[in-house]
Design a protein around this ligand. Structure first.
Ligand SMILES: Cc1cc2nc3c(=O)[nH]c(=O)nc-3n(C[C@H](O)[C@H](O)[C@H](O)COP(=O)(O)OP(=O)(O)OC[C@H]3O[C@@H](n4cnc5c(N)ncnc54)[C@H](O)[C@@H]3O)c2cc1C
Length: 420
């Protein structure tokens, strides 16, 4: 628990709080909606939690220059709806878009299903207003389509998990909304076949806007959302979305269906209505909270491997499930090689807890051996801090610590996170 909570309403109030913290040495933990998966918004060293949700104005949507200027407490889904009224799109779409904030998305560099075509939050941030731990209010980056003057501090701050500065305003890049979107579902007898189909679609030169993967355990706990129920003879499902002009979308869907059929896809179906497509997405987004049907606790990881190595990764997770006897559920952004694997367990059972920790270790080692990374979008925070050295060399970690000290000499901002 923190010792105090503040709800600032402007950057000057944030600056006053941070100046006090630096002078008196108390910890400050920035917080958006608190939906982060790695404990970044938890007051690990007590002190004060700085909740940014009252700074929730959309300051400007500039449809001529394709930018939006917003405060950090704006909920992502609300911003997406607001820009849609101008015929524009803000592509980053974490499954938590209905409740997470843009400030939290920037601090974690959130991804989402559309990243396979449109990239992640980082790709849409042009400039920031940030309050440094020492209390200075600075601006980084630009409000134009390009800009290369000086070091790229904007993108250093994106993904810095609230350890370098508090974001108080952001300039975001927008795109034109595509004319049409079509959603497809397809089932596979084997998980490995689904993973192979992902690579085959991309190798065929088709870039869907979403390419999501769910194993049978994942689908089973959200099956009420699915019109046709759960086919008995299948182990995995892909949820695929193509967008563009009407002609581009139709052609892409035709090609995708052919590749899927060649890879052993079964029950290949286009959603027959926007409501049917919505149901499929609701199912996908409901998985994470619905997993507790398998156990009171879960360890939730979000590894990424090169897409071509997905079948090996999926096989490894299946084997670890067999070896430990624990239920392992995987789903995620397969088009990016990003799998959310969840180990369901009772943390009060020491044998289960030990087996789960050993499985995480083994899966992380395998991920890195395949040329992957231990977190694609959930960040390091507290949960993965002890694994930093697995991926980051001592030299790079030392450089990160020097950068942290340059921004935050008193070490008051979100201490105890990311091993910094
Ligand atoms: C059901 C569910 C689905 C999810 N799906 C996805 C997904 O598809 N993709 C994905 O990437 N994530 C996903 N997440 C994780 C989470 O929603 C994201 O990490 C999100 O970006 C966190 O936003 P938040 O507002 O809740 O931030 P918080 O959890 O409050 O904070 C996250 C981090 O950001 C820092 N922070 C917050 N605001 C600021 C600020 N103004 N300035 C500086 N630092 C700040 C905090 O200190 C903390 O380190 C999901 C979570 C849930 C519960």
């Amino acid at each position: 628990m923190p010792e105090a909570v503040a709800f600032p309403e402007n950057a000057v109030q944030v600056a006053e709080i941070l100046r006090l913290a630096t002078a008196h040495g108390f910890a400050v933990t920035p917080r958006g909606a608190g939906s982060g998966m790695s404990g970044g918004a938890i007051a690990a060293q007590k002190g004060l939690v700085l909740v940014m949700t009252r700074m929730n104005s959309i300051c400007r949507i500039d449809a001529d220059n394709f930018i939006g200027i917003v405060q950090p407490g704006v909920v992502t889904g609300g911003f997406q709806k607001a820009v849609a009224q101008y015929g524009l799109m803000y592509p980053p779409d974490p499954s938590s878009a209905d409740f997470s904030t843009l400030g939290g998305n920037l601090a974690e560099c959130a991804g989402g299903p559309r990243a396979v075509k449109y990239g992640v939050t980082r790709d849409y941030v042009l400039g920031l207003e940030v309050v440094l731990p020492t209390g200075e209010i600075i601006r980084t980056g630009v409000k134009t389509a390009k800009g290369v003057v000086g070091y790229d501090l904007t993108h250093l701050l994106v993904g810095s998990e609230g350890t370098l500065g508090v974001i108080t305003e952001m300039t975001l890049r927008l795109l034109a909304r595509p004319e049409t979107v079509e959603t497809l579902s397809v089932w596979f007898g084997q998980m490995e076949d689904a993973a192979r189909a992902v690579s085959a679609i991309l190798r065929a030169g088709i870039v869907p806007r979403a390419l999501e993967y769910m194993d049978k355990n994942a689908i089973s706990c959200v099956k009420n959302y699915l019109e046709g129920g759960l086919p008995e003879d299948c182990e995995a499902m892909l949820l695929i979305e193509a967008d563009g002009s009407f002609g581009e979308t139709t052609e892409a869907v035709k090609q995708i269906k052919k590749v899927l059929a060649d890879c052993g896809g079964r029950y290949i179906e286009s959603a027959r209505s926007p409501e049917a497509a919505n149901s499929l997405w609701k199912a996908r987004k409901a998985i994470s909270p619905a997993l507790y049907t398998y156990g009171p606790d879960k360890i939730n990881e979000d590894i990424v491997v090169p897409r071509s190595r997905l079948p090996e990764m999926v096989e490894k997770i299946r084997l670890m499930g067999e070896q430990t006897g624990l239920t392992m559920v995987s789903f995620g952004h397969a088009g990016d090689g990003n799998i959310h694997f969840n180990i369901m367990l009772d943390k009060n059972n020491p044998a289960q807890f030990l087996a789960a920790r050993q499985a995480v270790d083994a899966i992380f080692d395998f991920t890195l051996a395949l040329g992957g990374t231990i977190s694609g979008e959930h960040g390091v925070g507290l949960a993965k801090a002890s694994y930093m050295e697995k991926e980051i060399s001592p030299e790079v970690l030392a450089l990160m610590k020097r950068i942290k000290a340059a921004f935050d000499p008193a070490g008051i901002l979100n201490p105890g996170k990311m091993r910094l």
